[in-house]
Design a binder for this molecule. Structure first.
Ligand SMILES: NC(=O)c1ccc[n+]([C@@H]2O[C@H](COP(=O)([O-])OP(=O)(O)OC[C@H]3O[C@@H](n4cnc5c(N)ncnc54)[C@H](O)[C@@H]3O)[C@@H](O)[C@H]2O)c1
Length: 336
C-alpha cells in the first residue's frame, strides 16, 4: 500500500490522478494541500481526507510514502526539493521543470537521495502506443525514417490562468503539449531527438506564451520528424494524430494523444516496398487495432508502485523527462 500526499489538487489532480488512486486498493490518499483555504475545505469534504494550506506542514504531519505534485511548472522544483527533504518519493506532473538544467538538477538530487522521481507522461501507457512500440521494436515497419505527431486544443485568454503567464508555465503550447509528443516519440523510437528547427505562433490570442508551434527534428539515429501543437484550433476540430513510417510499412494512430485511452491504430506491413513505377493505387492490407478504454493514469500509478515495491528507484524515464526539457530548450532557442 502506498500512502500519498497531494500538493495542489487542481484540474488534473482532481479529474484524473486522485480518482485513479482511489480506484486502486494499493493506494491511499492521506492528505491534500491546496493553497486557497475555501478550496482546501471543499476538497476535504469531497475526498474525505485532511486538507492543509501549507505543504511543509502537511509533509511534517503525515506519514505518506509518496507525494503527487499537480501545480504550475514554476512550482515543481521547490516542491520536489521539499518532498525530498522529508524523504518522500515524488510523482510530479509534466513537464518536470522550466528548463533542461533545472530538470537535470532535480534528477541529480533524486539520485543522491535514492528517492523515486516520476514525471506524469502517461501517454506511453496507452495500449495502442505500447503496441506500436512493440511492432517497431520487432522490425514490423522496417527501418523507421519519418514520424509526425499533431496535438491541439482550444485555449482562449482566461484571467489569471498560470499557463498563460510565462513566469509560471515556462511557455505555451510547446511546454504544455509538445512535451507529450516529444516524450512519446522518443519512447516509440527508443532514441533521442538531437536537432530541431522550429516556428512558434502568437497570433490568435493576446497572452504572452505561444499559441502554436511547428517543430521539425532529427533523431540521433537519423529519423526525421514533425510535431505540430496548437492552442488555437477548436476542440471539435483539434488534431490528435500520430504517424510513423518505415521502409516496410506504417503505423497511424487517430485520437490516441490525450487523457483517455481512445482511438485507433492502423498498421500497414509492406515488406519489399512494392515498387510501382506507374504509381497506380494499389490495395493496401491494413490491420486496425482499437483502444482498450482503460485508465492510463492508473497504469502509471501502478508502474510507480511497482518501483516502490522493488525498493530501488528507476531513473530511465526520469532521464527521458530531462531529455524532453533539453529538446524544449532547443525549440525555444531556435524559434526565438
Ligand atoms: N498529464 C496530464 O494529462 C496533464 C493534464 C493537465 C495538466 N497537467 C500538468 O499538471 C500540472 C497542473 O495543471 P492543471 O491543469 O491541473 O492546473 P490547474 O490550474 O487546474 O491547477 C493548478 C493547481 O496548482 C495550484 N497552484 C499553486 N500555486 C499556484 C500559482 N502560483 N498559480 C496558479 N495555481 C497555483 C492551484 O491552487 C491548483 O491546485 C501542470 O504541471 C500541468 O502541465 C498534466
Amino acid at each position: 500500500m502506498t500512502k500519498w500526499c497531494i500538493i495542489s489538487a487542481g484540474g488534473i489532480a482532481d479529474r484524473r490522478f486522485i480518482p485513479a488512486l482511489n480506484d486502486d486498493e494499493e493506494n491511499l490518499v492521506v492528505a491534500i494541500m491546496e493553497r486557497v483555504r475555501e478550496r482546501a475545505l471543499e476538497l476535504e469534504e469531497k475526498w474525505g481526507v485532511k486538507c492543509y494550506t501549507d505543504e511543509e506542514e502537511m509533509l511534517r504531519s503525515t506519514d505518506a510514502d509518496a507525494v503527487y505534485i499537480g501545480s504550475p511548472v514554476a512550482c515543481h522544483k521547490r516542491q520536489i526539493e521539499l518532498a525530498f527533504k522529508y524523504g518522500k518519493h515524488v510523482f510530479v506532473e509534466k513537464p518536470l521543470a522550466l528548463c533542461g538544467d533545472e530538470a537535470e538538477e532535480l534528477l541529480t538530487l533524486a539520485k543522491a537521495k535514492k528517492l523515486q522521481l516520476t514525471v506524469g507522461y502517461m501517454m506511453k501507457y496507452h495500449n495502442l502506443h505500447v503496441l506500436a512500440r512493440d511492432i517497431i521494436a520487432d522490425g514490423g515497419i522496417g527501418e523507421v525514417n519519418t514520424v509526425r505527431a499533431s496535438l491541439g486544443c482550444w485555449y482562449p485568454e482566461i484571467e489569471g490562468a498560470w499557463r498563460q503567464d510565462p513566469t509560471l508555465s515556462g511557455g505555451g503550447a510547446v511546454m504544455d503539449l509538445a512535451v507529450h509528443c516529444i516524450e512519446l516519440l522518443e519512447y516509440l523510437l527508443d532514441e533521442e531527438i538531437c536537432e530541431v528547427k522550429s516556428f512558434i505562433s502568437t497570433g490568435t490570442f493576446s497572452y504572452e506564451v505561444e499559441d502554436g508551434a511547428v517543430i521539425i527534428f532529427r533523431t540521433k539515429g537519423g529519423v526525421l520528424g514533425h510535431i505540430d501543437v496548437s492552442f488555437n484550433v477548436p476542440d471539435a476540430a483539434t488534431p490528435s494524430k500520430l504517424e510513423l513510417y518505415g521502409s516496410e510499412g506504417s503505423l497511424v494512430a487517430y485520437g490516441t494523444l490525450g487523457q483517455t485511452e481512445d482511438g485507433t491504430l492502423s498498421y500497414v506491413h509492406s515488406p519489399g516496398g512494392n515498387y510501382n513505377a506507374s504509381r497506380e493505387a494499389t490495395y493496401v492490407d491494413c490491420e486496425t487495432f482499437l483502444a482498450e478504454g482503460k485508465d492510463i493514469y492508473l497504469r502509471q500509478v501502478r508502474d510507480f508502485n511497482r518501483i516502490l515495491k522493488l525498493g530501488i528507484p528507476e531513473y530511465g524515464w526520469t532521464e527521458r523527462a530531462v531529455q524532453v526539457q533539453r529538446v524544449v530548450d532547443m525549440i525555444y532557442r531556435d524559434a526565438r
